[in-house]
Design a binder for this molecule. Structure first.
Ligand SMILES: [Zn+2]
Length: 116
């Protein structure tokens, strides 16, 4: 279950992102961007995250996962499309010269810290 190591990494990155003068404040949300090609199952990641945050400054923080669809572009005809599944052949001209523009993301985009 590689989601566990990802969850621990997310917790590590998010913890490191808490500014020093905010230490001790409650982190309310951790925003994560997960591409559909990143091979991460959001539900398992959420489950692992709940385990990984125990005893950390993020213990009460909700994980918000934004799923990024796969966007691809054909280098031959310029056609651009989005898909839930990776599609490596251009649907318009059948070219294999396909460039993946998005969908591989796996990043912590923001943490939100409460006032209390
Ligand atoms: Zn094409």
């Amino acid at each position: 279950m590689h989601e566990m190591s990802i969850a621990m990494e997310v917790v590590e990155i998010a913890t490191a992102a808490i500014p020093a003068d905010m230490a001790g404040k409650r982190v309310e949300r951790v925003r994560l961007r997960v591409g559909r090609l990143s091979a991460v199952v959001p539900e398992s990641l959420r489950f692992c995250y709940d385990v990984a945050v125990r005893g950390t400054p993020l213990a009460d923080a909700v994980l918000v996962i934004e799923e990024i669809p796969v966007t691809a572009r054909c280098d031959d005809c310029g056609h651009q499309w989005t898909a839930d599944q990776p599609h490596f052949i251009c649907p318009r001209c059948n070219s294999g010269a396909v460039r993946i523009l998005s969908g591989q993301e796996l990043e912590v985009v923001a943490i939100e810290i409460g006032d209390s």
